[in-house]
Design a protein around this ligand. Structure first.
Ligand code: ARG
Length: 467
């Protein structure tokens, strides 16, 4: 016999098959089953507390719900399109297991506040697990920085060699970005820490349900303030997708650098074979698909954010079925982030930097020209003038095919009498690095301190993320 829909009372005709399939979300929202059941168990407890169902009935419903959960988890119950969505699938299975009593569970509740709850519960779990994976990755980044603390490399602007920096300083720049990602996700979590049940379809439930009890049972700090907002709001999902977009943007930039640095043109770094791939035609190739794919996946994460923003922009209050389309972009983003985080941490640990090559690169391209200008400034010349003088010195070096180090004292002095023998030391890479002791600068002492501070903070942060 064909199952009756829970809303079939008003209908004389059964649903068209194509319409039923078009309407169904069970194909993807089945993933919410554990959260849906957790919400239903809390709701049954609240119904009992309000005297709407007896203690015995609540017990029976809860036992039944747990059974449905285990059947879904083990693949014994595999709901199809006839169930429409996860909420109706759970309810109809519950009815098969415990009979008509199951029909009392939906008292004072609508799928609109139910789904608003489920997504919050789901996203809360996922964000916590993403935060913990992100911490692991950040740990790998710090280990890499520490292991290469002596590596000197060219810092770039416009992808042109600019000034010497420590590789660890460069890596710690990413650490700062990923810390802001942690902070954005944490903020997002705190903002949607609100329990929507009790909103009903849109106007609020007419039953005396203790919303605070539901919030406590489900681990929320507070209840939502407005029933219409409770069922209409997807800001929290948009906020997550936006934080996720910024995070993958950071991974994409790091990936781009790894692709560049591992090329023969740079040869700054070696990515381990375990994290590389070959070519089906060119036997010599070792490609860095993990980094490239990460860069590529950024597109779909941005796309998911755009989908949800566009989905929501024209919707009148309160719930509209359009909102069923919120889930796939959300799930896809969660999956993508998890996959990137999981593979990236061990890949980072596998990197081997070539300090000799990065040092040689730092010596070519006049990266110490600014230091020469600063030397003149220290001797009293206005910076603009000093810039011009050193510009002319560089011009001569280019014409002669030498570095600044290749000039004789006599040649220096042609450009300014302020140049003394100490210019040689002033333009050394070591001096250049050491001189940047300003807060946030690349001086080795600074970088060491920053690394220590980061390690301490990360250890504290890791304790905060409770799963
Ligand atoms: N599957 C629906 C969704 O994901 C659940 C809410 C349905 N509400 C309704 N009034 N039809 O949005």
């Amino acid at each position: 016999m064909k199952k009756q829909k829970s809303w079939s009372g008003r209908f004389a005709k059964a649903a068209n098959k194509l319409s039923e399939e078009f309407n169904a979300s069970i194909g993807f929202d089945v993933r919410l089953f554990a959260h849906d059941i957790r919400g239903s168990i809390a709701h049954a407890t609240v119904l009992c507390d309000a005297g709407i169902i007896t203690k015995q009935e609540s017990k029976k419903i809860i036992t039944g719900l747990k059974k449905v959960e285990s059947q879904l988890a083990r693949g014994i119950f595999t709901p199809g399109a006839e169930c429409e969505d996860i909420h109706m699938a759970v309810e109809s299975r519950l009815a098969e297991l415990i009979g008509a009593l199951a029909g009392k569970l939906h008292t004072g509740r609508s799928r609109n506040d139910q789904v608003a709850l489920d997504i919050r519960l789901y996203l809360r779990d996922e964000i916590k697990s993403i935060l913990s994976a992100l911490n692991k990755f950040k740990g790998a980044l710090l280990t890499l920085a520490e292991a290469n603390i002596d590596v000197i490399m060219p810092g770039y602007t416009h992808l042109q060699r600019a000034q010497p920096v420590l590789l660890a300083h460069h890596l710690l720049a990413y650490y700062e970005m990923f810390c802001r990602d942690t902070s954005r996700l944490t903020d997002c979590l705190a903002r949607f820490d609100e329990m929507p049940l009790g909103a009903g379809a849109l106007a609020g439930s007419p039953y005396k349900l203790d919303r605070k009890l539901a919030a406590r049972l489900l681990g929320f700090s507070r209840v939502t303030a407005n029933s219409m907002d409770s069922v209409s709001d997807r800001d929290f999902a948009i906020e997550f997708l936006s934080a996720a977009s910024v995070m993958v943007l950071h991974f994409s930039r790091l990936s781009e650098e790894l692709v560049l640095w591992s090329s023969q043109e740079f040869a700054f770094v070696e990515i381990a074979e375990e994290f590389s791939t070959g070519s089906s035609i060119m036997p010599q190739k070792k490609n860095h698909d993990i980094a490239e794919l990460t860069r590529g996946k950024t597109g779909r994460v941005y796309g998911n954010l755009m989908s949800l923003l566009t989905l929501m922009k024209g919707l009148p209050l309160a719930y509209n079925k359009d909102m069923q389309e919120d889930k796939e972009p959300l799930f896809d983003t969660v999956d993508t982030l998890r996959a990137i985080l999981d593979v990236y941490a061990p890949m980072m640990e596998s990197l081997r930097f070539n300090g000799a090559t990065t040092l040689t690169a730092t010596k070519k391209g006049f990266l110490n020209a600014t230091d020469a200008a600063d030397y003149l400034v220290n001797k009293g010349l206005p910076f603009r003038e000093a810039h011009r003088v050193v510009g002319r010195v560089v011009r001569l070096c280019i014409d002669k095919g030498v570095d600044l180090e290749g000039l004789t004292m006599k040649e220096w002095r042609v450009f300014s009498p302020l140049f003394g023998v100490d210019i040689k030391e002033a333009i050394s890479i070591e001096k250049s690095l050491k001189s940047r002791r300003i807060a946030g600068g690349t001086a080795p002492g600074n970088v060491l301190k920053a690394l220590k501070k980061a390690k301490k903070e990360l250890a504290l942060e890791a304790k905060k993320v409770v799963l």
